[in-house]
Design a protein around this ligand. Structure first.
Ligand code: FES
Ligand code: FES
Length: 159
């Protein structure tokens, strides 16, 4: 059988240089979860509808289920695993924890990454901006109020 065409993927992944040979048709979601063991990025709908697979590429939210791994060449890919520095939760992650923004937690990595992208481009967003930024992320548990409160908490300047 002829092997699938492959490409050398050279990028940054969670702040570190990363290089690998990847099949041209390999989805970023499959690459992260199955090849690299970065299972924080979740598979929900697998069709661009739920936001569970949201990662950052050059600080912008992208759906890993709709992105081929090879498209990341030359870019910086960040997953939820990259947000906690030295094993310590980021301010945003802690806000989700303290505000009970996660219940079953399945949507949480995607929510956090979408919110992280927002806070990088707008450090103090109002509620409307938060709702807009998270509009593509579906949660079946929380009713969204706690999630929005968590992002607002993280947006406020540290005391
Ligand atoms: S798994 Fe990617 S949007 Fe649902
Ligand atoms: S916390 Fe369960 S889907 Fe959002």
């Amino acid at each position: 059988m002829t092997p699938a065409p492959s490409t050398i993927l050279a990028c940054r992944l969670n702040g570190r240089a990363h290089q690998a040979l990847v099949a041209d048709n390999l989805l970023l979601l499959d690459y992260l979860r199955d090849a690299l063991g970065l299972t924080g990025t979740k598979r929900g709908c697998d069709g661009g509808e739920c936001g569970a697979c949201t990662v950052l590429i050059d600080s912008r939210p992208r759906l890993a289920c709709l992105t081929r791994a090879r498209e990341c060449a030359g870019h910086h890919v960040e997953t939820i695993e990259g947000l906690a520095a030295g094993g310590r939760m980021s301010r945003l992650q802690r806000a989700f924890h303290e505000r009970l923004g996660a219940q079953c937690g399945y949507c949480t990595p995607g929510m956090v990454m979408a919110a992280e992208a927002l806070l990088r481009r707008d450090p103090n967003p109002d509620e409307a901006a938060i709702r807009t930024a998270l509009a593509g992320n579906i949660c079946r548990c929380t009713g969204y109020v706690k999630i929005i409160e968590a992002v607002r908490d993280a947006a406020q300047p540290a005391p």
